[in-house]
Design a protein around this ligand. Structure first.
Ligand SMILES: NC(=O)c1ccc[n+]([C@@H]2O[C@H](COP(=O)([O-])OP(=O)(O)OC[C@H]3O[C@@H](n4cnc5c(N)ncnc54)[C@H](O)[C@@H]3O)[C@@H](O)[C@H]2O)c1
Length: 333
């Protein structure tokens, strides 16, 4: 069984590749290394450096006749998508449409797509489930919504079956440190807090201190990247067994505030995290958590690595490999 993973040199993709290889699949990665690292692609996988927007690169990658495509290659910075939407039109919408066209030409009929909680916009109720209204408030979220709509059409018209995985906040790293390089320019809270703990940044800016949450800071649902990776495998099995389409949320159902993350990081790393409060950011909901009951029911998936302490421990392990390889928090999960 060969699986093509686009964006397999990226943060989540490199973990998905490890999960597939460990489970006995052959894996081919297509990544242009614009944000990923070749060092993060497990050597057991075949690596093709190429761009999804380039039809020749797509043809080369699909010539292996993969059993399925796992499509992670995209941009993901919501703020940037509001300033430079055209970048996201090309790389997220046009590139995925080219991929779908190339797949139908090559006779590849299964795709697992990386979608996002950003398709929901402001939550009307919590935890957000798959029946929640779709109303993205940034262009990034819109690009994912647009692809989900196209997946439905390509399924109807071209027989491509799909699972769209709507990730909440991915965090953590492979506990065996097989992914060696941390994400480039991450805008997410946990990588920033880790950079402060390791002395690469000075201070954390917390956007808003007066939200209607127990400590006044925003709450998010952090899901360990290895849990996300295992969901891709289950999604692949689902496509093989059922052949139906599926759109499903991936999160833990638990929320952690910004200050919870800061406190837990100090506890795990034994380093201070200086912070200051600044104005709220436009478009930040105060709380965003999901229910994983559909994923449990349909995919038989539930998160097992997503305790906050463990997430932070696995990130710290990458930054401080010598001192923390035997970190007790990591071994406990
Ligand atoms: N990280 C999260 O919390 C999160 C949450 C929801 C959804 N997602 C989605 O998951 C996917 C992976 O996210 P990530 O966090 O691993 O990001 P990432 O930036 O680390 O990985 C994306 C990878 O895709 C590659 N890539 C981008 N455009 C490409 C193109 N045109 N051709 C070939 N390769 C290309 C990059 O080089 C990079 O290796 C994205 O689609 C993102 O929208 C991520």
């Amino acid at each position: 069984m060969n699986i093509l993973v686009t964006g397999g040199a990226g943060y989540i993709g490199s973990h998905v590749v490890i999960e597939l290889l460990d489970s006995g699949y052959d894996v081919t990665v297509l990544d242009d290394l614009s944000l990923g690292f070749e060092e993060n692609v497990d050597r057991r996988a075949e690596f093709i450096e190429g761009n999804i927007l380039n039809e020749q690169d797509l043809e080369t990658a699909l010539s292996i006749q993969p059993d399925a495509v796992i499509h992670l290659g995209a941009w993901k910075a919501a703020g940037e998508s509001m300033i430079y939407p055209e970048k996201y039109t090309y790389n997220n919408i046009v590139a995925t449409l080219k991929l779908l066209i190339a797949m139908s030409k090559a006779g590849v009929s299964k795709i697992i797509f990386s979608s996002t909680a950003a398709v929901y916009g402001y939550p009307e109720y919590l935890p957000v489930d798959e029946l929640h209204r779709i109303d993205p408030i940034n262009y990034y979220g819109y690009t994912k919504m647009a692809i989900e709509e196209n997946l439905k059409w390509y399924s109807k018209l071209k027989g491509i079956s799909f699972v769209s995985l709507r990730y909440f906040n991915a965090a953590g790293y492979d506990a065996q440190s097989r992914v060696v390089k941390m994400e480039r320019n991450s805008q997410n809270l946990l990588p920033i807090v880790m950079e402060i703990a390791s002395g690469k940044r000075d201070i954390l800016e917390i956007f808003g201190s007066d939200y209607d949450t127990p400590d006044g800071t925003c709450i998010r649902d952090y899901i360990h990247v290895s849990d996300l990776a295992s969901a891709h495998l289950k999604a692949y099995n689902f496509l093989n067994q059922c052949g139906d389409n599926l759109i499903v949320n991936l999160g833990t159902g638990d929320g952690h505030s910004v200050l919870d993350v800061v406190k837990k990081t100090v506890e795990v790393t034994k380093h201070q995290i200086p912070y200051k409060f600044v104005d709220r950011r436009v478009g930040d909901p105060e709380s965003l958590t999901t229910s994983f009951s559909l994923a449990k029911k349909v995919l038989n998936w539930s998160p097992v690595h997503s305790e906050l302490r463990y997430i932070i421990g696995t990130m710290w392990n990458i930054l401080q490999p010598k001192t923390n390889l035997l970190h007790p928090e990591i071994e406990s999960s």
